[in-house]
Design a binder for this molecule. Structure first.
Ligand SMILES: O=P(O)(O)OC[C@H]1O[C@](O)(CO)[C@@H](O)[C@@H]1O
Length: 432
């Protein structure tokens, strides 16, 4: 079974700084587990990997099969927590060129996303692309009123109704939303769509393991049982109140020490393209949870080695307000051995017989050394392998660390009042 390790030996913090903050992490643990901290009506994610609705879970798997049997394409409509988690898992665990593979080589329909911006070009071109294909929609919105997915759904629903008729679309539209409230719930009930519930006590950014993430992930042919089993193991392991034995708590602690020492930015770094979108999910998780009351680390991302050739200079020599958290995959199923070349005109024969993972790993080690020389603290989160179980555990690791980290920071990690500001202005300008 896959494991997650957290290494902060290069985080540039002193043992007493760790000890000084430990009590606060212990207190945060109590607040979260006793359910008496701020935002305590949104901690349904905490024991969700064990306490989920089994009947609904089976319905999700059955729906995924139905989508695979009658659709070439599944369009997942949602924004923020209503799409980031699903895309993270699908990107991490599917073939890099999944959508381009021939049908017999795919484990499910092609998966496209919509409703995560307001681009007319994007939606027009998506409509053009799916014209001759059989399509299902999974529209996801907890509030059921978010503008971006609502517009995309209206347009795509109409396109499907034109193609399959009003009755025909009913077996092609899956709605994931609140059990009672919001326009999407009303619409789903009125139209008789198959629907799934986003638990009222789970906020969008903590919802990847609920039907929000599970239906698109299962439709992509990913083993959701293994994903949930990994999360359940994480739930046990990261429920340990002993900070010295709990890597998720250590991560929460270390990033708070670094924040208090003047670091303003945390970059989540990967060396593996299929793991790049994890940073997007993580950015919402930590950004929306901690960026409030004038506080919080600014979460950003670095996709290496790509970004070493663009942002590397800034990290090495720019202002010292940044630390890095590298997510490292220890073992890969697929690799390439670099062969010897008789002429060696490219000068690469020193790598003959070496794998690309070996080269990549040395890029990571060399970068770590260079950034430490440049005074950039580095934390490393290692996942033993890239599979559903280990990823489920990693997602839970981050959610748990985020709840604890927010409490240590002194904010409510489960609300997001600030995101309403742009909406109010936009609605005023649009005359809503
Ligand atoms: O699922 P909903 O309600 O459409 O919200 C989508 C996203 O928008 C936000 O509410 C921010 O506006 C996020 O917290 C959430 O993940």
């Amino acid at each position: 079974m896959g494991h997650i390790k957290f290494d902060y030996t290069n985080a540039m913090i002193q043992p007493h700084e760790y000890t000084n903050l430990k009590k606060q992490v212990e207190l945060a643990h109590q607040m979260l587990h006793e359910g008496n901290g701020p935002g305590n009506d949104y901690i349904g994610w905490l024991d969700y990997p064990e306490n989920f609705n089994r009947e609904e879970y089976e319905r999700i798997k059955a729906s995924a099969k139905r989508i695979a049997s009658n659709s070439d394409v599944l369009i997942v409509i949602g924004i923020g927590g209503s799409y980031l988690g699903a895309k993270t898992v699908i990107d991490a665990l599917s073939h890099t060129f999944y959508n381009e593979l021939p049908k017999e080589k795919r484990k499910g329909p092609k998966i496209y996303f919509a409703g995560h911006q307001i681009s007319g070009t994007y939606l027009t071109e998506l409509l053009e692309m799916i014209q001759d294909q059989d399509v299902s929609l999974n529209v996801i919105s907890k509030s059921g009123t978010t503008t971006e997915p609502a517009i995309a759904f209206r347009v795509l629903k109409k396109a499907l109704e034109d193609k399959y008729g009003k009755e025909g679309v009913k077996s092609r539209i899956y709605a994931t939303t609140d059990s009672e409230n919001g326009a999407l719930r009303k619409l789903a009930n009125a139209e008789g769509y198959e629907s799934f519930v986003i638990p009222a006590n789970v906020g969008g950014r903590y919802s990847v393991l609920t039907p929000v993430g599970l239906l698109p992930i299962a439709a992509a042919g990913i083993d959701v049982d293994a994903l949930m089993a990994g999360a359940a193991e994480g739930m046990k392991e990261y429920g340990n109140p002993n900070v010295d034995e709990n890597p998720a708590y250590q991560y929460a602690l270390v990033r708070n020490v670094l924040y208090r020492k003047g670091k303003a930015i945390e970059a989540l770094v990967n060396y593996e393209p299929s793991m790049a979108f994890l940073s997007e999910w993580w950015m919402q998780l930590f950004g929306e949870s901690e960026g409030k009351d004038g506080k919080g680390l600014f979460p950003t991302k670095l996709n290496n080695t790509t970004d070493l050739h663009s942002m590397g200079q800034m990290v090495q020599d720019g202002p010292r307000h940044l630390f890095e958290t590298v997510v490292r995959v220890e073992a890969f199923e697929k690799d390439i051995v670099i062969e010897s070349d008789a002429l060696n005109l490219d000068g690469l024969n020193y790598l003959s017989g070496k794998t690309m993972s070996y080269v990549n790993d040395n890029a990571f080690k060399g970068t770590l050394e260079a950034h430490l020389d440049g005074n950039v603290p580095n934390c490393v989160i290692s996942m033993s392998q890239k599979d559903a179980f280990t990823l489920g555990k990693l997602l839970y690791f981050f959610m748990k660390a985020c709840g604890i980290s927010g409490y240590v920071l002194g904010v409510n990690p489960f609300d997001q009042p600030g995101v309403e500001a742009y909406k109010k202005n936009m609605f005023r300008l649009l005359g809503k």
